[in-house]
Design a protein around this ligand. Structure first.
Ligand code: ADQ
Length: 460
């Protein structure tokens, strides 16, 4: 079996693993690396005035972890700039927030070239390279220029937008050409795949065969949809264990029999948090029987605080939560509990299990793993209801959810009401169809599917 080389913006080292904070994706990728031997390469997460030329290396068993620091300028232009102020909003349909500058784009190219250059000495001829996400689209192209002919795959964790939206990117053609330097492209959903194929046909003058083969920019590659998932069995275990944990008990006691609606997201404008708070306010307005009887808990640790839009969003959310609480709170009840911090996966699993409704309502999301974690964390005897945005990739799979349009506050309030009143039998039926899918389609299966596809490429 060929070695596996994983390249991603951030690297989950075994040090993270020991702290128990690791997500399902990191665990699955690590398992694949351990099985085949290989290397995980990426940014160290450190910004340094004078980054060392030689990357940091750490080996544990058959796996090496190789990480590079970034200079303040690289961090600004590559990470905060082109990745998070151009590609992220663009791919999430936020043209109003998409900023393009040639300077940031050249920083993005520079860091990708730098990373390719640093990875090069570690590569062997028979390796299989697997690059993750929008930060690193040009990696394969850079490696090919340096003479690499290894099999290379790319997985995009975020959406690929509709053609008209993607065309707003001034350098759209360069980006797609760089995508075509891979041998395998993986998207979250058929919707993203179709959008990419549309570009290939219409803008790039390429060909898409029924088996997913693409011919474009003088290259032949395969593109497919591989929906990512969670580590279902582990979430089930965490949730069962956490059911009686101290924090879960404290949460239960604090609710005093009230129903809990829960939201768990990074603090990001793509997650639809503002619309969610407003919809919850509408629920209290239109269905007054809920006043004093339900609590919405939103857990949203800040992310990307160096990007101004994220700071602004934080202020807007504080104001909206304050507005709803100000309008409806009683001396013994507060409608919204808004927490700007993260929790360990174990504690979260217990909280998700405690909630009658899982509110997952992004305006746009590649997949959304919280939706899947919510389903996995439920008690089979008395499961809660998942309320899911139709614009999350997960909506194409989780057909037992109550699908909602996050732009429709009244519709969302209605769905919250339906979820809160849903009889046990219907809750069980809906939950079972979703859980059965997640039992087989877990993150391990996903990882094996993508890597297996990459392996087959070499065999003609
Ligand atoms: P994210 O945008 O980060 O990921 P998501 O998939 O929901 O979105 O979450 C990733 C993980 O972070 C989940 O395991 C979740 O439990 C954890 N998490 C989120 N909020 C947390 C909190 N408040 N405290 C603790 N943990 C928290 C990107 C894409 C998604 C895609 C994933 C994986 O944007 O669409 O599903 O990658 O491909």
């Amino acid at each position: 079996m060929s070695r596996l080389i994983v390249v991603s913006n951030r690297v989950a080292t075994p040090r993270h693993a020991r702290s128990g904070s690791q997500g399902g994706l990191a665990v699955a990728v690590q398992a694949a690396l351990e099985e085949r031997g290989g290397l995980w390469f990426g940014w160290s997460g450190e910004v340094d005035e004078q980054p060392a030329r030689k990357p940091d290396e750490f080996t544990s068993g058959a796996v090496s972890y190789v990480t590079s620091d970034l200079s303040p300028r690289d961090y600004e232009e590559y990470y905060n700039g082109f990745a998070n102020r151009t590609l992220w909003p663009l791919m999430h349909y936020r043209l109003d927030l998409t900023e393009f500058s040639r300077r940031n784009y050249s920083g993005y190219e520079r860091v990708n070239a730098l990373f390719a250059d640093r990875l090069l000495p570690y590569l062997q001829d028979d390796d299989v390279v697997w690059v993750h996400d929008y930060h690193l689209i040009p990696m394969a192209d850079q490696l090919r220029h340096a003479g690499c002919s290894q099999r290379m795959g790319f997985f995009l964790h975020i959406p690929w937008p509709a053609l008209e939206v993607f065309l707003a990117l001034p350098n759209h053609r360069d980006i797609v050409k760089q995508m075509c330097a891979y041998d395998l492209l993986g998207f979250q959903t058929e919707r993203d795949l179709a959008n990419f194929q549309h570009y290939i046909r219409v803008e790039a003058g390429g060909r898409v065969d029924p088996d997913g083969t693409i011919m474009a920019f003088g290259r032949r590659l395969v593109a497919g949809a591989y929906p990512i998932s969670t580590d279902t069995a582990r979430v089930v275990e965490f949730a069962q264990e956490a059911a009686d944990a101290r924090q879960t008990q404290r949460l239960r006691e604090s609710l005093r029999g009230r129903d809990l609606l829960i939201g768990v997201d990074r603090l990001d404008y793509s997650k639809g948090l503002l619309q969610r708070f407003r919809a919850f306010g509408t629920l209290l307005e239109n269905y007054p029987a809920n006043r004093g009887r339900v609590v919405m808990m939103q857990i949203a640790p800040p992310s990307r605080q160096d990007v101004p839009e994220y700071l602004q969003l934080r202020q807007h959310l504080e104001s909206e939560a304050g507005h709803v609480n100000g309008a409806y709170a009683e001396f013994d009840w507060n409608p919204i509990r808004y927490l700007n911090k993260g929790f360990s996966r174990r504690i979260l699993a217990g909280f998700l299990r405690q909630a009658r409704v899982g509110v997952v309502t992004p305006l746009r999301d590649g997949m959304n793993l919280v939706a899947k974690e919510y389903v996995a964390a439920q008690n089979a005897e008395d499961p809660g209801v998942l309320m899911l945005s139709r614009f999350a990739g997960a909506a194409l799979e989780l057909d037992g959810a109550l699908l909602v349009n996050p732009y429709d506050a009244e519709g969302m309030a209605e769905a919250m009401q339906t979820a809160l009143a849903m009889p046990l039998e219907e809750r069980r039926e809906r939950w079972q169809t979703m859980f059965r899918r997640l039992e087989t389609h877990d993150v391990d299966a996903w990882c094996k599917q993508v890597v297996g596809q990459l392996d087959r490429i070499g065999q003609g």
